[in-house]
Ligand binder design. Structure first.
Ligand code: GDP
Ligand code: MN
Length: 385
């Protein structure tokens, strides 16, 4: 789960990671009030969306006066901000962060992430902060420092020194940087983060270090033990169909194609997507109703897929195990009766109670296309499109 920069910076404050003074605002007047309270100019007006690259897209502005702060707040609030991370459709800005402007001596990069390959937490840092780190990694990988921390023993003095020296920090900044990094590590572990990124981390002219930007990603599987963090979830930043699916414990991801598919089991869902592509069509989603789905879950899954206007045909691919085929069919029939189906639906079903399942579908009067196996199903759905 991603959180906003202003929320991440609140966490930083709690854990003793220095950030500029500032506050969140939801209106132009609110933003001006925050600016007035900061005790001087320049102030920075920043769009709060769950995507980076806001600076280049015009979502981060340095204001030299109250009049400018008002003008920038007015310009950014309500804009559709397009960055390389939002896609061409952009993201509507509802929230601003207004901060005291900082004098930057150097922009650095610092991040922490869970590294599956080494089963550790990796600290990444670079002197080349502020710009696209992906580009630094691609063109000059030697400029990225990587230090692995064993989660069992935690962060040690030598880790802190290795990163601090690697960043070429001046003597006076080494101690404050070590404190910052140690606190950041504690924040990361305490909150079950999967990614934490500061770009840029700045060095000020008086040798202080400070997080100017903050990106925090929290492991969704750990949210059950972080009710405080769960409250930071911003549904406006998420795909509405994915939000709807999450209410019913459905594993659903919206994609670009036009063949909706409902499958039980993640592996089967992946294979089904492959076979749809193989047949020359494009999947519109990943939808795993799970091995133990109830007919109510199936009904909701089908309803959500039919809500997606891109979907021009549906492929249902079920292997009845714990989820029996008759239970599944009842879900399909009840969703179809409530929503009405105006597009072709191809069904491939095997496994427990398959005959009962097929009978329920046949007697429902629904206009379904039966497939004998996976390959046949994919060909039929591609032809239907
Ligand atoms: P991003 O573009 O979404 O990553 O947003 P950032 O928060 O990283 O801001 C983009 C850039 O704005 C930074 O790299 C800085 O160069 C600049 N910036 C942000 N805050 C300040 C500030 O207080 N003072 C100055 N001079 N520049 C700032
Ligand atoms: Mn940034």
């Amino acid at each position: 789960m991603k959180i906003h920069e202003y929320q991440a910076k609140e966490l930083f404050r709690t854990f003793g990671v220095p950030v500029p003074d500032g506050d969140v605002a939801f209106s132009v007047d609110g933003a001006v009030d925050v600016a007035k309270g900061l005790g001087g100019y320049p102030v920075v007006v920043k769009a709060q969306i769950h995507a980076g690259g806001r600076g280049k897209g015009g979502g981060v502005k340095l204001a030299a006066s109250e009049a400018e702060a008002r003008a920038f707040a007015d310009e950014i609030l309500g804009m559709t901000l397009v960055t390389h991370q939002t896609g061409p459709e952009g993201r509507l800005v509802n929230t601003l962060l207004v901060e005291a402007g900082q004098e930057i001596a150097k922009e650095l990069y610092l991040s922490l992430l869970v590294d599956r390959a080494t089963a550790g937490i990796v600290i990444m840092a670079s002197r080349e902060g502020g710009m696209d780190i992906e580009e630094v990694a691609a063109t000059t990988p030697e400029k990225i420092i990587k230090v692995r921390v064993d989660p069992l023993t935690g962060i040690q003095g030598y880790h802190l020194r290795e990163v601090g020296f690697g960043l070429g920090l001046p003597e006076a900044a080494l101690k404050p940087f070590s404190v910052l990094l140690k606190n950041l590590y504690t924040l990361f572990v305490t909150n079950d983060c999967s990614l934490l990124e500061i770009n840029p981390l700045i060095l000020t002219r008086d040798d202080r270090v400070m997080a100017l930007d903050a990106k925090v990603d929290i492991d969704s599987n750990a949210l059950f033990r972080h009710k405080d963090l769960l409250a930071l979830r911003d549904l406006d930043e998420e795909d509405p169909l994915e939000v709807e699916a999450s209410k019913f414990n459905l594993n659903y991801i919206n994609l670009d194609g036009n063949v909706g598919n409902i499958v039980n089991g993640a592996g089967l869902a992946m294979a089904t997507m492959d076979i749809i592509k193989n047949a020359g069509a494009e999947p519109a989603n990943f939808m795993d109703v799970g091995g133990g789905a109830t007919s109510e879950m199936v009904e909701n899954a089908f309803r959500i897929i039919l809500m997606d206007e891109k979907v021009k045909a549906v492929l249902i691919n079920i292997f009845g195990g714990i989820l029996r085929c008759d239970v599944f069919s009842q879900g399909v029939v009840s969703a179809a009766k409530k929503t009405g189906i105006r597009i072709p639906v191809v069904v491939r079903m095997e496994g427990t109670n398959v005959e009962e399942g097929k009978n329920i579908l046949a007697e429902s009067g629904l206009n379904l296309i039966n497939a004998v196996d996976l390959k046949d199903a994919a060909a039929k759905v591609a032809a239907a499109i």
